[in-house]
Design a protein around this ligand. Structure first.
Ligand code: NAD
Length: 485
């Protein structure tokens, strides 16, 4: 099968596609059919070395350019990405199985937003002047050096751009390793940056599994690691980075609460629950998978939810009419099926879905459990699939304690018409990203990231700059210098 904008080799290093078929083969599987649609090869030690050398060699000259010059390249890349949105979206759909209805509006487009935003910001990155009598200090905002980005499989274009754009704006270079499950899209990000004028070696992509990621993290030439992945992987990567006292950003998993109070608009709350559980077939880190519904609105909420779920169009994700696609892989489908069985065994009431579809590909129905209790496995563990757990609650204090009773802290949402309560609840959430009467927005202008086990650092917004640069203080003495002897 061919598809538009097919990358021509496994890796993109030093401004060119590079192949080395002595690496372990990684098949690219189209989740909607299970067919093998491509093959890349894992990076060998020689490829890893080549990529890091390229990034290291390119860094000083890239950092020496003015912010305006670097920013112009990023903004040009944003324009190219937007111009090619259709082809990139088709590729994203082949890579992930997410419906074109989604990929055409959130993947290359949000990648382009990040390139444009940080491109615009590159020229504004400055230090400050601190007067100390007649002496003074000035600070220089300097890049960290070589950054490694490691991606998850749910948003391959977006993750490659969200990490690359701020890193490059600050004058760093990058070696990005996409998830082995979705190796294609990051190569297009590299290709577009190169076409936009990024010098060779500034943004490199190499393929591989966890071992390649681990080799990158451990390498002395690397100054910073930004991971998007699960908590278990985050623990390993954070520990390995600590050995070299490297900077880290950790965007990890979640089990986020969404609270629906009796006074909420039912249609909006159901919309929030659908967006926060079934978008991308539930494969979104910030999903509000624990939906707490106050007793007075429970039946109305569940009735409307079931009615609206019948409107999901499940099928060929390349068809623009399709609104719900397959899971990314057979493995992820198996994990989700296991949790659904577990939910039934532990006594949750299955009120919608639960079954794999009798067709090729990794399709499973959007699934809703009601009467879920806090100790059930489906209430505590991240499923990363289309499985919503609905809980009952009566009062605010009780639900806040239960909502925060999790080791994760990525996101949280509240639906209510009571303004004071909305802000009180948002303030009380132990989570990095909170939503009032909405769910799962992630504009580049706002910081995104987790607290507790869900992560360290923030992506997007001005906050990301602090995670891709460091300050140097320069002390300036205007007069004579005294010494004790
Ligand atoms: P994963 O943890 O299995 O893998 C993530 C990446 O880490 C992959 O590229 C993998 O090859 C690499 N990796 C694995 N072991 C490694 C090691 N020892 N050293 C270095 N790299 C290693 O995650 P996944 O299954 O690809 O993605 C799903 C997870 O990602 C979920 O937990 C989800 O919540 C999380 N996620 C978080 C965010 C966020 O922004 N917070 C966004 C998307 C996904």
């Amino acid at each position: 099968m061919t598809y538009p904008t097919q990358p021509t080799a496994s890796h993109f290093i030093n401004g060119a596609y590079v192949e080395d078929d002595t690496g372990m083969p990684i098949d690219v599987i189209y989740p909607a059919t299970g067919a093998v649609i491509g093959r890349v090869y894992s990076a060998t030690p020689a490829i890893i070395d080549q990529a890091l050398r390229a990034a290291r060699n390119a860094q000083a000259a890239w950092a020496a350019m003015t912010g305006t010059e670097r920013g112009r390249i990023l903004r040009r890349a944003a324009d190219i990405m937007r111009d090619r949105n259709h082809d990139l979206s088709v590729l994203e759909t082949y890579d992930t199985g997410k419906p074109y209805q989604e990929t055409s509006v959130v993947d290359a487009t949000s990648g382009a937003d990040a390139l444009e935003y940080f491109g615009g910001m590159a020229a504004t990155l400055t230090g400050e002047h601190i007067q100390l009598g007649e002496d003074w200090v000035y600070t220089r905002r300097e890049p960290l050096g070589v950054c490694v980005g490691i991606g998850a499989w749910n948003y391959p274009t977006q993750i490659a751009s969200w990490k690359g754009a701020p890193a490059l704006a600050c004058g760093n270079t990058m070696v990005f390793k996409p998830s082995e499950t979705t190796p294609l899209c990051a190569l297009k990000v590299a290709e577009i940056l190169h076409e936009a004028g990024a010098p060779a070696g500034v943004y490199n992509v190499i393929q591989g599994l966890g071992d390649v990621g681990a080799a990158l993290v451990a390498d002395d030439r690397v100054d910073k690691v930004s991971l998007t992945g699960s908590v278990p992987t985050g623990r390993k990567v954070y520990a390995a980075a600590a050995a070299g006292i490297k900077h880290v950003t950790m965007e990890l998993g979640g089990k986020s609460p969404m609270i629906v109070f009796d006074d909420a608009d039912v249609e909006n709350a159901v919309s929030g629950a659908i967006l926060g559980n079934f978008y991308s077939s539930g494969q979104v880190c910030s999903n509000g998978t624990r939906v707490f519904v106050q007793s007075g609105i429970k039946e109305a909420f569940l009735t409307r939810l079931a009615e609206r779920l019948k409107g999901a169009v499940i099928g060929d994700p390349q068809d623009p009419a399709t609104s719900f696609g397959p899971m990314v892989s057979e493995r992820q489908l198996g994990i989700v099926e296991g949790y659904i069985a577990n939910g039934q065994e532990e006594g949750a009431r299955l009120v919608y879905g639960g079954k794999r579809l009798a067709k090729d590909g990794f399709f499973i129905e959007p699934t809703v459990f009601a009467d879920v209790t806090d100790d059930m496995t489906i209430a505590r563990e991240e499923i990363f699939g289309p499985v919503m757990a609905v809980f009952d609650f009566d009062d605010e204090d009780e639900v806040m304690a239960r909502a925060n009773d999790t080791e994760f802290g990525l996101a949280a949402g509240v639906f209510t018409r009571d303004l004071a309560r909305a802000h009180r609840v948002a303030a009380g959430f132990q989570a990095g990203t909170c939503y009032i009467n909405t769910y799962n927005d992630a504009p580049v202008e706002a910081p995104f990231g987790g607290s507790k086990l869900s992560g360290v650092g923030r992506e997007n917004s001005k906050a990301a700059i602090a995670h891709y640069s460091q300050l140097k203080s320069v002390y300036v003495r205007m007069g004579d210098l005294e010494a004790p002897f």
